[in-house]
Design a protein around this ligand. Structure first.
Ligand SMILES: [Zn+2]
Length: 81
């Protein structure tokens, strides 16, 4: 569906950025996505996705790595489908 030019966006509260950092309190645009899984509660094919701005990528990655969760870093551009 192609929106008409100038049509207002009314689908709920529009986020400031299409991909917003998942870090609590951060409203920056995310440029990385962390795909991760908690092996204790998620089955083999489940993935959680966190989005991270450049400032918080290491924070979020470190949080998961400290728990030894399997994770994978992607660019948000790879999330498009
Ligand atoms: Zn952030």
């Amino acid at each position: 569906m192609i929106p008409e030019p100038g049509a207002p966006v009314t689908l709920g509260a529009a986020p400031q950025h299409r991909f917003e950092c998942s870090r609590a309190g951060c409203r920056d645009a995310a440029d990385s996505a962390i795909l991760w899984r908690n092996p204790r509660i998620h089955s083999e094919d489940r993935r959680k996705t966190w989005l991270a701005c450049s400032a918080h990528l290491e924070t979020l990655r470190g949080f998961l790595a400290a728990r030894e969760f399997p994770l994978e870093i992607r660019s948000v551009g790879d999330l498009d489908d």
